[in-house]
Design a protein around this ligand. Structure first.
Ligand SMILES: NC(=O)c1ccc[n+]([C@@H]2O[C@H](COP(=O)([O-])OP(=O)(O)OC[C@H]3O[C@@H](n4cnc5c(N)ncnc54)[C@H](OP(=O)(O)O)[C@@H]3O)[C@@H](O)[C@H]2O)c1
Length: 283
């Protein structure tokens, strides 16, 4: 297997471009096992969130792996009920304790509702205090410009729904001047068979001796996106990480991007997103 790739963030840090996403993996045994399997394989990036309620499992796996803290990139996310000056600082300390670590590699605001302004101030302070190395956003659309205006530290990454049906080229262009990288959630459409079985992927899979999913993940890598497909299936994990030994041509990359249907699997208006403030993840 050829070496995995890294993205250089706007603060100079190098983030492994491929990781394991742990959304919907139950905390405890399942999360620990999924993360340990990934770490044993050489995956060095885990994407979790307070809302996933499995940060403890991620922290435990990190400890059990025997790897040095510096060898693994941990991303987690604050939920809107934790936003606010002073309040966010407390939430960050709780995260550190759940993850059994003294710093977070990348901390994101999970959603664009609530007091994200106050939260960003505390996140900037946490960077200065060394508790967090990089800060960024997730799911910011309508409120993105406002956040960018007030941010002294510009977001290192923005995590959004991104896949060949919704390649996020406009956002990428918009964020170029800040050096903000795109992180793809639902990278394989949350497992959507319509996306995975697109004839174009089947054709390319045959050409390269790969699976359709590997073709999609390779497209993300060559697009410059960070990607962390979720899986608890060891064979899927091995396949997903085995994407660094072939290259799609420029024509093939363009062909895949032409599948763009401006199709988002998750579409909620800003006012619908306000309901995020009515659910509080347990500490
Ligand atoms: N910021 C946000 O709001 C947000 C939202 C959603 C997701 N995320 C992040 O993005 C990560 C990925 O998104 P996601 O988990 O929702 O969707 P996804 O990674 O696009 O798809 C996951 C689904 O695909 C299946 N799968 C994985 N590898 C496969 C393979 N090689 N062949 C066939 N099927 C495969 C998985 O099942 P198996 O387990 O059976 O393999 C699972 O059902 C999340 O875990 C999370 O970290 C962030």
């Amino acid at each position: 297997m050829t070496e995995q790739t890294y993205l250089t963030l706007n603060n100079g840090l190098k983030m492994p471009q491929f990781g394991l996403g742990v959304y919907l993996i139950p905390d405890g045994k399942e999360t620990i096992e999924a993360c340990l399997n990934a770490l044993k394989l050489g995956v060095r990036h885990i994407d979790t969130a307070h809302a996933y309620q499995n940060e403890r499992g991620v922290g435990e796996a990190l400890k059990q792996s025997g790897l040095n803290r510096q060898e693994v990139w941990i991303t987690t996310k604050l939920w809107p009920t934790e936003y606010g000056e002073g309040k966010t600082a407390i939430a960050i300390d709780k995260m550190l304790s759940r993850l059994q670590t003294d710093y977070i590699d990348l901390l994101l605001l999970h959603q664009q509702v609530g007091d994200y302004r106050g939260a960003w101030k505390d996140m900037e302070k946490a960077v200065k205090a060394g508790k967090v190395q990089s800060i960024g956003l997730s799911n910011f659309h309508e409120n993105l410009e406002d956040l960018l205006q007030l941010a002294t530290i510009k977001p290192a990454a923005i995590q959004v729904e991104c896949h060949p049906y919704f390649p996020q080229h406009e956002l990428k262009k918009r964020m170029e001047k800040y050096g903000t990288v795109i992180e793809s959630w639902y990278p394989i459409g949350h497992g959507d068979k319509n996306l995975i079985n697109e004839p174009m992927f089947t054709k390319l899979a045959q050409k390269y001796g790969k699976t359709n999913v590997q073709i999609i993940l390779r497209w993300h890598i060559q697009e410059g996106n960070a990607v962390f497909p979720k899986t608890t299936n060891p064979q899927h994990l091995r396949d997903n990480f085995d994407i660094f030994n072939f290259n799609l041509t420029d024509e093939e990359m363009a062909e895949i991007s032409s599948l763009n249907q401006a199709k988002r699997y998750y579409n909620a208006t800003l006012s619908e997103q306000e309901h995020f403030l009515h659910w509080k993840p347990a500490d």
